[in-house]
Ligand binder design. Structure first.
Ligand code: ATP
Ligand code: MN
Length: 479
């Protein structure tokens, strides 16, 4: 048996001294031919391993370089140095894997995020990415815990679909047809009957429509899986491949939907505050240092931990789209023509500068905007009595902008079909979706939370590329 090790995180929590343990990990630093700072990924805190002078050969010592993998057996002793309670006094040392210091790309110094993205295969070995990925894991676990405790079923919706849920058309095609020699129809279009599925297919942009089928039988479901959008937006908040959580609930209206979404966000934030404090403290400090380089007005008023505690402890502001437009129209920022897109009035889509103004300057807390004009929202959203708006809601978070998009769904067959025709959504293709409205239709609602945007919010990382292991963005699919 090889795996006789104790994880450093567990070891550091022990109070007793004198027992013998084995640890394995990667060398972060090695000083004075004596002190190894060892990291095994279980925590950001390195374990100090002390090699007694003269007890190990020069040959061995030379191989203890940054990022070399080692196995150490030794005795747990009280640390003489400052900064740690315990350390290991090594009795045996084995080099598991050498790391040539001339060639290892990461130095024990600060690297830029851009440089680390180019070395995404190794960036897990930095403190920042260790913390980010431990927090990401905890958030994912908390997502499942939250829904499981409420009795939601985890539904796996397909990744390859023939439908475009949003009708937005930013799809990655899935095909096995030869790129240069696909058979064509008489009008010159590609004959997808020859294709693998006998029809045109794409990677999913959302599991919602399938989610509705399950929710209107199983009651409450959620999805948590990858979604794909071929949108050419090179921003710090968009990925071409991202993970989305989409709960769908039968017997639920827009207000119930907002309540669940708010409770959900608070729950997962509380979970990481309680379980990832060390990583969050590290990330908070990292963020504070990063923000020191910004001009005063761009810095956050609250530190990372205070921000999370604030979100957890306060109600989200809830305003209608119409109220949001009023506030924006009347604000000095608009009157001084400081928005790139001036506020024209009801009907315009809110740009991220508007969302950020509302959240960061006006309310200074997360905001839920609901009842949007039907023209700027998807076909399946429930039409309100006013004939102008639909029961949609977006949740906006400080520093991120939109984090959740959701709605009550149109459960009335006739209204849904009329709207689909107005918006040129093919009703024949979505016959299975319309069946839910024919057989025991019920009020139901749901939302989508972009997981990476949530991880960004919690970790304070400013670029979405730094909260997913291997980001997929325009012109970039390395690793
Ligand atoms: P945005 O206006 O920011 O592009 P959207 O209106 O396209 O968002 P939805 O279609 O409502 O977003 O998707 C639901 C959620 O998925 C969003 O609230 C956001 O958190 C997340 N999301 C959407 N597009 C992306 C993307 N390209 N990368 C990462 N997350 C995304
Ligand atoms: Mn979008």
């Amino acid at each position: 048996m090889f795996n006789t090790r104790i994880k450093i995180k567990d070891l550091l929590q022990q109070e007793s001294f004198g027992n013998q343990v084995t640890v394995m990990g990667w060398v972060r630093t090695f000083r004075n031919d004596q002190f190894v700072a060892l990291n095994d990924g279980s925590t950001n805190t390195n374990l100090q391993v002390v090699l007694g002078l003269g007890e190990f050969s020069d040959d061995e010592l030379k191989r203890i370089t940054t990022s070399a993998a080692i196995k150490v057996t030794g005795v747990v002793v009280e640390s003489q140095g400052r900064g740690q309670k315990i350390e290991i006094k090594a009795t045996s040392l084995e080099i598991l894997g050498d790391s040539d210091p001339e060639k290892y790309p990461l130095q024990p110094k600060k690297h830029s995020m851009e440089f680390l993205r180019e070395n995404a295969h190794l960036r897990f070995r930095t403190n920042t990415f260790g913390s980010v990925f431990r927090v990401r894991h905890s958030l994912a676990f908390a997502v499942h815990k939250f829904f499981h405790e409420l009795g939601f079923l985890y539904l796996h919706t397909p990744i390859i679909t023939a439908s475009d849920a949003e009708g937005a058309g930013e799809l990655f095609k899935v095909t096995t047809l030869p790129l240069n020699n696909a058979t064509q129809n008489s009008d010159g279009s590609i004959n997808f009957k020859e294709d693998f599925f006998g029809r045109a297919t794409n990677l999913t942009v959302s599991g919602q429509l399938e989610g509705e089928l399950a929710a209107t039988a199983l009651g409450e479901i959620y999805t948590f899986g990858p979604t794909f959008r071929a949108e050419n937006s090179n921003t710090a908040r968009h990925l071409a491949e991202f993970w989305m959580i989409e709960p769908e609930m039968a017997f639920c209206d827009l207000e119930d939907n907002m309540n669940v979404a708010e409770k959900f966000i608070k729950y997962i934030i509380k979970y990481v505050l309680e379980n990832n404090r060390e990583d969050l403290d590290f990330l908070a400090q990292r963020l504070a240092e990063e923000e020191k380089l910004l001009p005063q007005e761009k810095r956050s008023e609250l530190g990372l931990i205070e921000k999370l505690e604030f979100v957890f402890g306060n109600n989200f502001e809830r305003i209608t789209y119409t109220e949001a437009i009023e506030i924006l129209k009347e604000c000095n920022h608009n009157k001084k023509k400081k928005f790139q897109y001036p506020i024209t009035g009801f009907g315009m889509d809110l740009q991220s500068e508007h969302e950020r103004y509302l959240v960061e300057k006006h309310f200074k807390k997360p905001v839920i905007i609901y009842n949007y004009p039907k023209e700027i929202k998807a076909f399946y959203m429930r039409q309100n009595e006013d004939g102008k708006t639909v029961a949609a809601m977006d949740i906006l978070a400080p520093g991120i902008g939109e984090i959740v998009g959701g709605s009550q769904r149109e459960e009335r067959l006739e209204k849904l079909e009329t709207r689909m025709k107005e918006m040129n959504i093919p009703t024949e293709e979505l016959w299975w979706y319309l069946d839910t409205r024919k057989f025991g239709t019920v009020p139901h609602a749901g939302f989508g939370l972009g997981f990476e945007r949530m991880v960004q919010f919690v970790t304070g990382m400013s670029n979405i590329r730094d909260v997913i292991a291997f980001p997929r963005t325009p012109k970039n699919a390395e690793f």
